[in-house]
Design a protein around this ligand. Structure first.
Ligand code: AMP
Ligand code: MN
Ligand code: MN
Ligand code: MN
Length: 285
């Protein structure tokens, strides 16, 4: 079993990057990728810690937010060179925009009667707002204002088109694919049917447009998918000559998805790793 989509506290997870290999080894994963949002700050610690678990393949990754057809589309880069200059420049721009968005969220929350300060414990480990994500806001709001859980906060305040929602300007998917390739990674469309209708037509439209632009894989196995979603995505991957990937989107205590097993039923086959590695080798060697 493998897990090619996880977050650490370098972005909006709660587990340290250095701790992730140990957790992965404890549940006998054969590979784990760290794919924080808009940052590779955790990768060095993650790769160093993984050296203690030689049977575990540790994959450096990143998750990039993009916009297509007014939808938020996430592209995960796997096997990236996390020191690549073009990638680092791209991430710096994304983080600057995240900062701007977060300042606006603070203002909106204040105007709605839910003021938060930069020194809330949920934000404490960050020196600026560039790595703060909505899950951190949700956790702080639960603690200070008694919301039941982060789902309630997303539903009432932070979710798309809710009163404290602020749109983040993000690049087109093609730009994310390009920068992942510049860093010698493979580009995976993450959770293609995440919290939206199980829309095979949209998946196929996206693949038709972006497979020729270098999209490499679809995330066919995911915490929130059942067999119908996985089957639909495997078929689309096959039809558009894309590889398949899979992961839990583990966020530690910021979501109920568990490492490796997701909501309990996830099991991403080992073979996907070899196919993705072959794809990388085809592209770059
Ligand atoms: P951000 O990147 O700061 O805009 O925050 C987006 C993150 O919030 C996603 O990566 C998820 O971790 C989380 N998220 C998005 N929508 C929801 C939701 N409806 N309920 C709970 N968490 C969510
Ligand atoms: Mn997240
Ligand atoms: Mn995502
Ligand atoms: Mn994710």
């Amino acid at each position: 079993m493998i897990d090619l989509h996880t977050h650490s506290c370098a972005s909006d997870g709660t587990v340290a990057p250095e701790k992730l290999p140990e957790l992965a080894a404890a549940i006998n994963l054969s590979a784990v990728a760290l794919t924080d949002h808009d940052t590779v700050a955790g990768i060095d610690g993650f790769l160093t810690a993984a050296k203690h678990f030689p049977q575990l393949v540790a994959v450096p990754g990143v998750e990039l937010s993009t916009n297509f057809s007014s939808k938020e589309i996430h592209i995960v880069g796997l096997f990236i060179d996390h020191r690549n200059e073009a990638l680092l420049d791209f991430l710096a721009a994304q983080r600057a925009e995240r900062c701007r968005r977060n300042e606006m969220i603070f203002l909106k929350l204040k105007s709605l009667g839910y003021p938060l300060a930069m020194d809330e414990p949920e934000f404490a480990r960050f020196s600026d707002a560039s790595s703060i994500g909505r899950p951190h806001f949700a956790a702080a709001l639960c603690r200070r204002y008694g919301f039941a859980d982060s789902q309630e906060v997303f539903h009432k305040l932070l979710g798309h088109n809710r009163p404290a929602y602020v749109r983040r300007k993000t690049p087109e998917p093609a730009a994310a694919i390009e920068v992942i390739h510049a860093a010698h990674g493979v580009a995976v469309w993450a959770h293609p049917v995440y919290r939206q209708r199980n829309e095979s037509a949209f998946v196929r439209r996206f693949c038709r447009r972006f497979a020729p632009l270098g999209l490499d894989a679809l995330e066919c196995y995911y915490s929130l998918f059942g067999p119908p979603e996985t089957q639909m995505l495997l078929q689309a991957a096959h039809d558009f000559n894309l590889s398949a990937s899979g992961g839990s989107d583990f966020h530690g205590d910021h979501s109920s998805a568990q490492l490796g097993v997701g909501m309990g039923g996830l099991s991403v086959p080992d073979e996907l790793l070899d196919t993705l590695i072959a794809r990388k080798n085809d592209l770059f060697s």
